[in-house]
Write a protein that binds this ligand. Structure first.
Ligand code: LMR
Length: 399
């Protein structure tokens, strides 16, 4: 059967990591995949995670299956984190949450759910968006028709809000709009508070379904600040979905710990939605992996561990902000022409560097620096030790 089958192309992000791992050059730098690295270039296990794991090792009594939608305590902890503990969405019971394998798994379960009842809905993604959004929504069911709304302005290196709004005005009732709740991937360009209000108002007016990808909570301004967008959709009283992830903010990348949350008009409809989520999960991966969810729940529900987590998250966030500043200074010190101050204004792990495909391939070929096509860089891949090397390489590549 396989003789006539042609190979599929490598993944534009994870494929780059595979190449990076094979590279023997000790100076190599990975600015590709969105994984946090510390000053030593390592992706550490957070101290709060280690502490929680020690507790679990001593107290865990079974490895039996979790329920299809995961542990209810995990769902409660996720809802408190993404909506805020006092949210009406929680007290009304109008949202349901299922533990999913990572943010990607959450997006896919959500996409499958929508496809089951609304296969002809169009899915709108930002221009540009995380490459896997196209993959996931193209793979759900028979594949959605995917179209783009305006977002990033390559001239100003900021948001083209007018274009975004005029495109979203065209979205039909029942269509799905994928929005990055904070720390837009790949651009690092976010909406400000008033703009989020306007977008939520538009969703309510036009009747389209927001699907929020919330993979970087805590990497923008902080856990509470970063849920501002989610709060606006909750306040609008509309149906929406949230795919959230503990990969980045808990560093639980390989534990595949995420959640799909569906917000409905009332508790009885939420229960109906949960029954369908369970069918989708059961026929896909049956029930979620337990470990990451147990760790996240224990940390979120234990005040000392919760506090420790917020401190570690702030350390990660602040180190990235510092790397943004150092890169802007480093490029200037190497005489790279142009104004790179936009890098400091962007938020989260990523920046759209504005580096052309030629620069990106020169960095790879001549300096063993790995950047995703289109020029997205992960600032967390920079360290005090490699920033001069990277800045000089960019200067050489841009000559
Ligand atoms: C990224 O954008 O680099 C991360 O979200 C990792 C991934 O799965 O692509």
């Amino acid at each position: 059967m396989w003789k006539s089958v042609q190979p599929a192309p490598p993944d534009s992000i994870l494929g780059l990591t595979e190449e990076f791992k094979k590279d023997q050059n000790p100076q190599k730098v990975n600015l590709g995949v969105g994984v946090y690295k510390d000053e030593a270039g390592n992706t550490p296990v957070l101290r709060c995670v280690k502490a929680a794991e020690k507790i679990l090792l001593n107290t865990q009594t079974t490895k039996s299956y979790l329920p299809i939608s995961g542990d209810p305590a995990y769902a409660d902890a996720v809802q408190r984190l993404i909506f805020g503990a006092g949210s009406e969405v929680i007290s009304s019971g109008r949202a349901v949450t299922a533990h999913a394998p990572g943010g990607t798994g959450a997006l896919r379960v959500g996409a499958d759910l929508i496809h089951k009842f609304s296969p002809d809905a169009k899915v709108w993604v930002s221009s540009p968006t995380w490459a896997n959004h196209n993959g996931i929504f193209g793979a759900a069911g028979a594949g959605f028709e995917i179209t783009q709304y305006g977002y990033y302005d390559s001239e100003s290196k900021g948001l083209d809000f007018d274009k975004m709004i005029s495109d979203l005005e065209q979205v039909s009732t029942g269509d799905v709009v994928v929005l990055h709740a904070c720390c837009h991937n790949p651009s690092g360009v976010d909406l400000h508070d008033e703009q989020w209000k306007q977008v939520a108002g538009l969703a309510a007016k036009k009747g389209w379904i927001p699907f929020l990808d919330f993979a970087y909570q805590g990497f923008g301004d902080g856990v509470d600040e970063d849920r501002y967008s989610v709060e606006q959709f909750a306040a609008a009283g509309i149906d929406f979905l949230v795919a959230s992830s503990f990969s980045k903010n808990f560093g639980l990348y390989n534990e595949r710990t995420g959640a799909i949350t569906v917000v409905t008009p009332d508790e009885s409809q939420a229960k109906v939605v949960m029954s369908h989520l369970k069918t989708i999960i059961r026929t896909n991966y049956s029930n979620p992996p337990a470990h990451g969810g147990m760790v996240a729940t224990l940390i979120l529900d234990t005040p000392e561990l919760h506090k420790m987590w917020l401190e570690e998250l702030a350390e990660m966030r602040n180190r990235i902000v510092n790397m943004r500043k150092m890169l802007v200074a480093g490029l200037a010190a190497q005489g790279v022409e142009g104004d790179f101050s936009f890098i400091e204004k962007q938020r989260g792990m990523f920046s759209f560097s504005g580096w052309s495909d030629d620069v990106v391939s020169s960095l790879r070929k001549n300096n063993n620096i790995y950047v995703v096509g289109g020029g997205r860089i992960n600032l967390a891949g920079l360290t005090t030790a490699n920033i001069e090397y990277v800045s000089k390489a960019v200067a050489d590549a841009m000559k």
